[in-house]
Design a protein around this ligand. Structure first.
Ligand SMILES: [Fe+2]
Length: 382
């Protein structure tokens, strides 16, 4: 068994200022990496600058990270870090700024050609801290930066132990203004991480324990997510759960669900968490045909009696937007072809065949609640 988690996590309201002395290990000058608006609107940017000022640290800012960050974006942030002689990097945001910051922190000290980004092995990076402002990716405790890979027409993970943030500051106040839709999509992403971790060839007793706790906490929030805009206690629970799920995938990686979800995100711009959620229920139904024990373990953590009820819950939470008519057969076949080549496939305890992936795409996007025919659960093997 192998389990590794080098990130120091602090949590609670005002935790950045309360634990500001920890930021000193990032050096005299830091690069803040964030998106265009949200860090200013939710108060996290102001809190961070106040803490840095109190420490006597200076900063500069790269605030151009977009959803699904591009290669250009991470190279621009790395260039700024070098030009400004930054000693460390602090990411504020959802998964996109945190992922971009990790790769930029590596590129700042280990420049590579753009064409070699996804084949490079990064052995070092500027020291980094992360302030998540959504509760979903868990990127604050993972060694991966997921970047849009136009050459391969998907999103690709740049992974190295050097990319683990040293510090993570979890303050649920920054999530209070998030719209319900983003809250649900990100919560489902975290749920998918925890579940995929339990279905990974690299799962362990430690990662399974973290995954069960994360799944239980997120499932406890389902009713609140269905009925209202969550208040602070629910926000904090989701943040804690997504952090645990991040610790899971830091050790197990993700599996076929993420490989398939990336197709819907890259080609259809469907939000990452939503894409996973659309596929999760039907994928698990197929796993169930071959591995009942693991699925029962997941259902027990969910507190839900069967996969049909779980799938209906996901459909209710996500709502119906995509319909079967929007996806033609050739498109789904091409998604299955591409997803079947992803590294995440061999990370699955039951590696799905290309035809099984196609069936999951079809069943998920042509589900009974989305206008079409139910299919009996079948296995993932041919
Ligand atoms: Fe994810």
């Amino acid at each position: 068994m192998h389990y590794y988690m080098p990130t120091t996590v602090v949590m609670g309201d005002h935790c950045i200022f309360e634990h500001r002395s920890r930021l000193k290990e990032l050096g005299n000058k830091v690069l803040i990496v964030t998106g265009r608006n949200s860090a200013h609107a939710n108060g996290s940017y102001a809190d961070l600058v106040q803490a840095l000022n109190a420490n006597g640290q200076t900063h500069c800012c790269y605030d151009q990270v977009m959803s699904n960050p591009t290669v250009d974006c991470v190279f621009a942030a790395a260039e700024l870090a070098r030009e400004e002689h930054c000693d460390g990097v602090i990411a504020i945001g959802g998964g996109s700024p945190i992922d971009a910051a990790k790769v930029a922190a590596a590129l700042a000290v280990q420049p590579v050609e753009r064409s070699a980004l996804f084949s490079s092995v990064f052995s070092r990076a500027l020291p980094m801290a992360a302030v998540p402002t959504t509760a979903g990716t868990g990127a604050e405790v993972t060694p991966n930066g997921v970047i849009t890979n136009d050459a391969a027409q998907t999103k690709t993970s740049v992974a190295s132990p050097a990319l683990f943030p040293r510090l993570a500051f979890l303050d649920a106040r920054y999530m209070q203004g998030l719209p319900r839709r983003i809250t649900i999509n990100t919560a489902i992403d975290a749920l998918s991480h925890a579940i995929e971790g339990m279905l990974s060839v690299r799962s362990s007793p430690v990662s399974d324990a973290l995954a069960r706790a994360s799944i239980r906490a997120i499932a406890d929030c389902f009713t609140a997510l269905e009925e209202e805009t969550p208040g602070h206690p629910i926000r904090e629970k989701l943040l804690w759960a997504s952090n645990l799920a991040g610790m899971v995938i830091a050790n197990t990686g993700t599996i076929a669900i993420h490989a398939m979800g990336y197709m819907l995100t890259y080609f259809r711009r469907i939000d990452h968490g939503r894409a996973n959620g659309l596929l999760l229920g039907r994928y698990l139904q197929r796993v169930h045909a071959q591995d009942t024990r693991r699925i029962q373990d997941i259902l027990a953590a969910l507190g839900i009696p069967d996969l049909e009820t779980f799938t209906e819950t996901l459909d209710r939470l996500l709502g119906i937007e995509e319909t079967g008519e929007a996806f033609d057969a050739a498109e789904l076949a091409s998604y299955a072809d591409r997803a079947s080549q992803a590294k995440n496939i061999t990370n699955s305890v039951i590696p799905p065949s290309r035809d099984a992936l196609l069936a999951v795409f079809r069943e998920s996007l042509f589900s009974p609640s989305r206008n079409s025919m139910p299919k009996p659960p079948q296995s993932l093997s041919p």
